[in-house]
Write a protein that binds this ligand. Structure first.
Ligand code: ADP
Ligand code: MG
Length: 483
């Protein structure tokens, strides 16, 4: 768990603040009715507004606002009654208007906090500075033609939430824990699909070093658009060493924007960092300040789904699960739902064990997501029920389970078909034991003469004769008596 980096003669603390761009789940764009669906024919989802045609007026998308407010509530953040859309002016070929509509001085969401779970089992709170709504830009495509660049405006104007954290994050583990938790919250809320491969969620990592114990932050570099959790980890590890070498050789870190090259595994300077005044922000004259009614905000608050941390704590209390098991179960909403369905009416800890150790293990091996599992939640619960009511032993259950994974059959059908029911009939077990005793006179004599260790041998013989079906507790008890 490295929150620091060791230099020649000092220990440096790795200070990180993140800006995450999350594409809002909404059918249409922030200020136009064009579709937001991914993977469409280039430039097939572009309205006059998105293309920057003169004289077009933006119309604010109510769903995007709703999603931003719900996200703010999910981040335990202040919802601002009034926010203002501003123009951020810059030139880029995939930005036909010459400005991006964003929020600057008055964002829709103010300060909040996220609880992150660290690998050592500790919990830490990371402050959220703000969340604002803004338009996404289009896409420039440079690798389709040797001398030409192409522009696809399908993404231009899609609603983004920019979620800015305080510089509370220390090191790569905390940064990845932060991103995972943030993504989880967005997915639970259904406000962003969190798909980093498709670019629906992108992270800018701001990183600086300071000598351990010092208060003042060092100068930061910003690493733009890192697009996977693994890349965030690698970029931080690289960038911390780069800054360390500069600082320890007496140099100064330049405040700049860098990019992460996942092939060369390095960060590279992109441009010097622009200051806010370079963008000539001003309130967009085409849009009124956005005012939210507190009743409406409250109604959204009341209908918020249960969020990951609430679910985690409930699982610990309601089902008596450990912090670790609960964290793994809630990591995906569909996994948590599967668990609750399977645990309904069954021993919850045993169900958690079977799900986490057996089912997820088996699925991982084949690279199958839980949603496509042949074993339904009800069937897994039923299997645990069969163990608990002594219909089958834990050992036989493993065979039944392997069959379930392969065929999707219900456990009771498999038990029935293969005649695997556990033998709990005292008479039947006694007669097997009698046979075993009769077949092994020497061992019986040795056992009775004090060779206690032979008891295991007899248990083994009885289980073998019963094809693993005899109830082990009863075998033990009756054997003791008879020997
Ligand atoms: P900008 O808008 O120019 O990118 P901000 O002040 O809004 O700058 O900060 C952007 C991000 O950088 C925030 O997440 C913040 O926590 C982080 N940050 C600010 N100062 C530092 C620093 N010295 N070291 C690391 N991160 C920092
Ligand atoms: Mg920034």
């Amino acid at each position: 768990m490295s929150t620091v980096i060791q230099g020649e003669d000092a220990v440096w603390e790795i200070v990180i603040g993140m800006e995450v761009h999350a594409q809002v789940t909404a059918e249409s764009k922030l200020f136009s009715g064009a579709s937001t669906s991914f993977g469409a024919e280039p430039n097939s989802q572009v309205s006059f507004i998105d293309a920057g045609m003169p004289g077009m007026l933006p119309t604010l998308n109510r769903t995007a606002v709703t999603q931003a407010v719900r996200t703010g509530l999910g981040l335990n953040a202040a919802v601002n009654e009034v926010s203002v859309f501003a123009r951020k002016n810059y030139f880029y070929p995939d930005l036909p208007t010459g400005y991006q509509i964003s929020q600057y001085e008055h964002p829709i969401i103010g300060e909040g906090a996220i609880e992150i779970d660290l690998p050592d089992g500790k919990v830490k709170t990371i402050g959220i500075t703000r969340l604002h709504l803004e338009q996404d830009a289009g896409k420039s495509i440079h690798d389709m033609h040797p001398t030409k660049s192409y522009i696809d405006l399908n993404r231009a104007g899609c609603a983004l939430m920019e979620i800015v954290s305080e510089p509370d994050i220390r090191g790569a583990d905390e940064a990845t824990a932060y991103l995972s938790k943030l993504r989880m919250i967005l997915q639970y809320l259904g406000t962003c699909n969190g798909n980093m491969e498709e670019g629906s969620m992108r992270a800018d990592v701001n990183l600086s070093l300071r000598k351990l114990g010092e208060e003042k932050f060092g100068t930061r570099a910003e690493i733009k658009n890192v697009n996977s959790i693994k890349a965030v980890q690698q970029a931080i590890e690289y960038e911390a060493v780069r800054q360390l070498e500069i600082l320890e050789s007496g140099g100064e870190v330049v405040q700049e924007t860098r990019l992460w090259d996942p092939v060369k595994m390095e960060t590279r300077s992109m441009r010097s960092k622009e200051d806010a005044h370079d963008y000539r922000y001003f309130p967009d004259p085409d849009l009124l300040p956005l005012e939210l009614e507190s009743e409406w905000v409250n109604s959204l608050k009341e209908t918020l789904p249960e969020l990951p941390d609430q679910k985690k704590h409930r699982f610990m209390e309601e089902y008596g699960l450990s912090l670790y098991d609960s964290s793994v179960l809630i990591a995906e909403r569909s996994r948590a739902d599967y668990y609750e369905k399977a645990a309904d009416g069954q021993d919850p800890k045993l169900v958690a064990n079977w799900l986490l150790n057996e089912l997820l293990g088996a699925l991982n091996k084949e690279n199958i997501p839980l949603d496509d599992s042949k074993v339904s939640a009800e069937q897994l619960g039923e299997l645990v029920g069969l163990i608990n009511d002594n219909t089958i032993s834990g050992k036989i259950a493993k065979d039944v389970f392997a069959d379930m994974v392969a065929t999707g059959k219900s456990p009771s059908a498999i038990v029935e078909e293969k005649g695997l029911k556990q033998v709990t009939d005292t008479g039947a077990i006694e007669s097997i034991i009698d046979e075993v005793i009769a077949e092994n006179p020497d061992n019986v004599a040795a056992y009775r003469g004090g060779k206690d260790k032979l008891f295991g041998f007899f248990v083994g013989q009885v289980m073998k004769k019963s094809q693993g079906k005899a109830n082990p507790a009863m075998v033990n008890q009756i054997l003791k008596k008879k020997l």
